[in-house]
Design a protein around this ligand. Sequence first.
Ligand SMILES: Nc1ncnc2c1ncn2[C@@H]1O[C@H](COP(=O)(O)OP(=O)(O)OP(=O)(O)O)[C@@H](O)[C@H]1O
Ligand SMILES: [Mg+2]
Length: 349
Amino acid sequence: MARDRVIQSGEESLPPEPLDVPPALVDFNPNDEAHDESLRPQRLEQVVGQKKVVDRIRIMLDATRKRGDTLGHLLLDGPPGIGKTTLATVIPRELGVDCQIAAGPALSAPKDLLPYLTNAGERSVLFIDEIHRLPANVEEFLYPAMEDFRIDIALGEGLNARTINVQLKPFTVIGATTRAGMLTAPMRDRFVNREHLDFYETPDLEEIVRRNAKKLKTTITDEAANEVARRSQGTPRKANNILLRTRDYATLSHPDGQITTEIAVHALGMLEIDELGLERQDRRYLETIISIFGGGPAGLQAIAHSMSLSPDSLEDDIEPFLLRMGLIQRTPRGRIVTPTGYTHVGRKP
Ligand SMILES: Nc1ncnc2c1ncn2[C@@H]1O[C@H](COP(=O)(O)OP(=O)(O)OP(=O)(O)O)[C@@H](O)[C@H]1O
Ligand SMILES: [Mg+2]
């Protein structure tokens, strides 16, 4: 049903009868991280778009190298799939230093962070993903490490309690977060460099799609690259995943496996990605607020509960793009579907 609504324009011009749907098209997850590693840019010059951010990072790196210094701590924030991990891993490569990777939620106590800190070589990078999810005690343990390259370890209890200080080598923390707002002020202040990554413009995504098609040894027409880019919610990871699935479809339905516009449009229809780039889950979110909460205002928890999803995944994966497109609004009393949002799912405000 949803599919009928999605394949709107260009429906008449579709090939008569599509071939069997490749399995990959059936359970499509545009946020799948499985292919990130193979398509991830390795050097700064391969990073497409985000020009201002990249320019500033380049200056940071050049100056650091010229001084033979340690890079100042850097915080990267922005929606999922937008290039935070990419930049965080490109930077140590550009500097020619080691990089350790830790995940915020996995560091549940200071002792979990300890090996990373003591292993950190001079000028090396410690990348902490989802840094907003560090527990308070781990955060506090990290402060002196970031500020003075020192850690304070408490030994014993009561009268015998004492603290020993361990000196660390100067190193750089690169933190990534989808929620800069959730970071505590003292944590945020410890980052001298802060960069926000925003959604990509279509021409940048087209460039990413064309480059990756080449990496995948597939040909794609410029028009088809535009179609994929335009419907990727300004997010490289989604563009890459749509490209991969579209390629499957092209392999089966084009004699040379070329991705033409017709094929791209058809594949996007099968993936239930509409003209704006909304996925089934995004439309379900709008429908839920409209049908169950009369269009809102509706609280995040209540919406999440109705959709059987976690509030975090709504806030991270669904809402940012809907907000940006003006389909919903966030008010102190909850989320509201805008008239544009109503129209988009074929309802009257
Ligand atoms: N600027 C870019 N140029 C080219 N490709 C990019 C760029 N940014 C991201 N990508 C592609 O998108 C994929 C996902 O990006 P990345 O893993 O860096 O996102 P992220 O911001 O860390 O997401 P998450 O919040 O989910 O961890 C990368 O593997 C890469 O292929
Ligand atoms: Mg990441």
